[in-house]
Design a protein around this ligand. Sequence first.
Ligand SMILES: [Zn+2]
Length: 377
Amino acid sequence: MERTGPAVDAAWFSHELCFWHDPGAGSGHVPVGPGVEPLRQDAVDPDLRRAEGLVRLSGVLDRFTLRTPVPATDEELLLVHTPEHVERIEASSAIGAGDAGIYAPVNHHSAAAAQLAVGACVQAVDDVLSGRHDRAYCVVRPPGHHAEPDRAMALCLYNNLAVAARTAQRAGAARVMIVDWDVHHGNGLQRVFWSDPDVLYVSVHQEGLFPPGAGLVTETGAGDGGGTTINVPLPAGSGHEAYLAAVERIVGPAARAFGPDLVLVAAGVDAGAHDPMGRMMATSRTFHAMTVAVCALADELCDGRIVLAHEGGYSAWYQPTLVLATACAVAGLPAPADPFLHSLEHLPGQRLRPHQERVLAFLESHLRLLTEGVGVR
Ligand SMILES: [Zn+2]
């Protein structure tokens, strides 16, 4: 397999226990109850094992240094979360069932899996800051970007990347940029860093999807953090060109204005064209190209220091290919074969449409205003 760029030393973080966390029936897109004949519920977290399996089978996993995370410590979790929140996750998981917050079901393994998911991101950040590895990709669940300091939400128990960003700041990374292309808005990440001038949060998500009413272009941070939140709410149906335009025209210029010391990516793949939780049309080529683009930004701005962490991804059949595409880009490899691509890439929705262009043009025209408060170093 041919590399597209210079050799990259990339770390891969995963843990078997993350696949044992299973929010259970009714946790996904198929409700449980009257009017729905029971069927095999997609076990969204165990299904991530299929993604790792494909990356291994393709030989791409051999290009990574495999790292096994250790659980995040309470001290690390408390950089973002309240003690009551941590206790609630532990207690709910100890019972082995129930909701640890708002739509955040757990099983017996969830608390440990969540601690490992945070631990992976914390250690990945430590690895790239210390120069042990150039880049890292954390293929972990449960996801994190909806989790707020005091409540679990929408399958997210702890905010994996928020804790990682805080540990990066503690380790001396003055400025951290978080790019979030999960199809949902990362309300938890936005809330944690809302007033923090040293963390730039840019979310590219489906307009109005989840949480309802969240992620508006008018939400730009407050106080000293004014201008350090940028929301790119793309209309439902956005495809390859809209996503790449958002990265090229909004994420890139914002990153250059901000000047990060580290780039973190909430790299959910639920903007994929087959995902039942979103209505977007991204393909493996989209995720590969976006990942290449943010890695290039990190190369340009902060000696290549970048950590990607999996978030959402709910298509049992397409998620593995999208994770593989992301992995190929992280490893500096070309986009992989995609058996689904022939049925997706010719669709008219893959082109940038006028109503999507209007959102990008509006944000572009306001970008200078948005980043004025951010300050160029
Ligand atoms: Zn999501």
